[in-house]
Each structure stands twice: as structure tokens, then as C-alpha cells.
Write a protein that binds this ligand. Sequence first.
Ligand code: DGL
Length: 264
Amino acid sequence: MSAPIGIFDSGIGGLSVLRAMRALMPEEALLYVADQARVPYGPRPMAQIQAFSEQITRFLLANQAKMVVVACNTASAAALHYLRTTFPAVPFVGMEPAVKPAAEQTLSGVVGVLATPATFQGALYASVLERFTGGVTVLQDTCPGLVGQIEAGDVNGPETRRILEKALLPMLAEGVDTVVMGCTHYPFVIPLIEQIGGGQLRVIDPAPAVAKQAKRVLESRGLKVGVKEKAGVQYYTSGPLKAFNSLLYDLLGENGQARSLSWD
Ligand code: DGL
């Protein structure tokens, strides 16, 4: 088997990126790590998220990953720069809040961003705002509790709806017409977001763009596999296996058998 692409997230959010990678490059073997024993990352201090991200990266590299996709906005905000410095020979692809396409596409001039507290605090978000939002109003919300709801597989129950309405209704009242999924967990609640928006909201999921970027990086480094056969995906979680496997089925319709991963 050729070397896999490593992908990680604090939990199952990165599966929204994995889905886009599978669609674009089914011939690439993937190795996915969900750090569910320590999810959520969003409210944690930056230094701790960096340490977790380094630990996971070492695990992926020890398992022959040829590239690492940080499929977590929070880990990208806290650790992408640090990971690139610590592992200079490894190609990394990370998430950055998709404010640029939102600012280009909004007609009302008001854009909403949903992301975790750590993502909003990071330098990456500040730089994206500074570079791309001239003349556009950006409203933001951390949707407290939403990552936990999605980790529990609740993508359209009353509590999930309550959290989203609390974030979105004030934004809609201010004229938001475009919402950015600034956390990789959130694309799994897009149908609910669209419902709350009454069909008026444009929702931006950056996953397809990230998959394209990963493909470009592989090609530029000569790391892309040549064959066109469908390759396998191996899943690891630091949390309970059964819960992960059933979420994998519910969210992606896949019958995967995750392996267990523990941190000493
Ligand atoms: N999926 C994550 C993100 O993209 C992190 C959620 C969390 O662990 O708080 O930000």
C-alpha cells in the first residue's frame, strides 16, 4: 500500500474534510485520527492545542503519513504555524475560515462566521479579516455546545436547533446572507442552518477547497499516487470505538471499523 495522507481533528468534524478528499482523490489512502478523548479543543488554551496537535502529528508520521491535513480550524489556528516549524520536511494543509469567498459572494454586505473561541482568538482569523473584508460587516458566534451536540450525533434535535437559532436569528436580523462554517464539525448541521435561514442563506463549507489544495500540494511535491484504484481509509479514535463507528455510519454512510488510540 502506498503511504497514506494523515488527517486529524479533535473529533468527528474532520470527517467533513475527509468526505471531500474521498470525493476528489479516492485513489489516496487516508489515515484519520479523531481525538475524541479530548474533544472539544475550542475552549482550551492555545499551548495545549499545540501540544495535542504535535502528539497526533507524531502518531501520523510514525504510521507513514506522507502529508498531514489539519482538518480542524481550532488546531489550525493554534498550531499550524508551529507544526510547520517543528516538522519542516512534512507538507501540511490546514483550515482557514472561508471569509474570502463569503466577502466576495455576499449581496447584503453582511457575513456571519461560526467558529470556536480558539479560532476567533488566533492570528490566522485576524489576518483573514484584515485581508479580505474591506467594506463587509462580519458577525461572529461561537455556538457554545454545538460541537458536543454533533459529537453526540444530534444534528437536528431541539437543543441543536436552539444553539443555532441563538447564533443565527440575530445575524439574520442584521441582514446576514452568507454564513461561513469556520469549524469542521458544522457542515453536518448545514440542512438545519438552511432551514433556520428560511432558504435565504448561502452556506460556505471550505472542505472542497481544502481537498483541492491538498491535491495541489501532493502534485507539487511529486507525492500523488499514480494508480486510479480506490484506496482504503483507516480510522483511529482516542474515544469509544462503538460510538465512533456508529457516527461514521450516520454521517458518512460508511461501515468503518475504527482502531483505538490512547495517549500515555
Ligand atoms: N472541528 C473543530 C474545528 O474545526 C474543533 C471543534 C472543537 O474541538 O472545539 O474547529
